[in-house]
Design a protein around this ligand. Structure first.
Ligand code: GRF
Length: 190
């Protein structure tokens, strides 16, 4: 089983699904070992506690720069023998320290189709565009924002007779379905 760390800054619904799916699936190829967050009040912390997963809040504000911050993260990751990092709503750029230590071992889920809708407002940008479809993308992380090699994508239709919240709901439903499945596949081949 591949030891995975989830990085998250928010509510943590994807984190929850990754753990649930691992625990329900007797053939799970991965194990969510730890959660790392950069936000003290992130809802994901409560979820980790309920699930009994070790959680680390590391405050970036306590560090002079990104490299020092990430060196501490790497220290924890190595101590816990983490082999793969899964970003799930982690709102921070990944710098060279993490990228060099985990080359091709950091993945992210993006709530829109790439490369059309990068950035932190991917769902809304797609809704406000003229496109009739968006989607969900799982990709490797590189030094850009949502530019890494695409691993898997699934299309989601945009229905503008419905409010933005309807599209958000559909996107999250697809995320929760595909993230555990693709993580499992990646770990199978590691
Ligand atoms: C997800 O939509 C993910 O694609 C994006 O941030 C959101 C996180 O949601 N990067 P949650 O914290 O997993 O509920």
């Amino acid at each position: 089983m591949v030891k995975v760390a989830v990085f998250a800054s928010g509510n943590g619904s994807n984190f929850q699904k990754l753990v649930d799916s691992q625990r329900e699936n007797i053939h799970s190829e991965y194990k969510i070992e730890i959660l790392i967050t950069d936000k003290k009040d992130a809802g994901v912390l409560e979820k980790a506690e309920k699930l009994g997963i070790s959680a680390f809040f590391i405050n970036p504000k306590n560090y002079e720069n990104r490299s020092f911050f990430e060196k501490d993260l790497v220290k924890i990751l190595h101590e816990k023998q983490i082999e793969l990092i899964a970003l799930a709503g982690y709102m921070r750029i990944i710098g060279t320290t993490l990228l060099e230590n985990y080359e091709n071992k950091i993945i992210n889920i993006h709530p829109a189709y790439l490369p059309e809708f990068p950035g932190k407002n991917g769902i809304e940008d797609a809704y406000l565009s003229k496109a009739d479809q968006t989607g969900v993308t799982i990709h490797y992380v590189d030094s850009g924002i949502d530019t890494g090699k695409i691993i898997y994508q699934q299309r989601v239709v945009i229905n503008r007779d419905q409010p933005l919240s309807y599209l958000e709901k559909n996107i999250h439903k697809v995320e929760h379905h595909i993230y555990p499945m693709i993580l499992n596949k990646i770990c199978e081949n590691l």
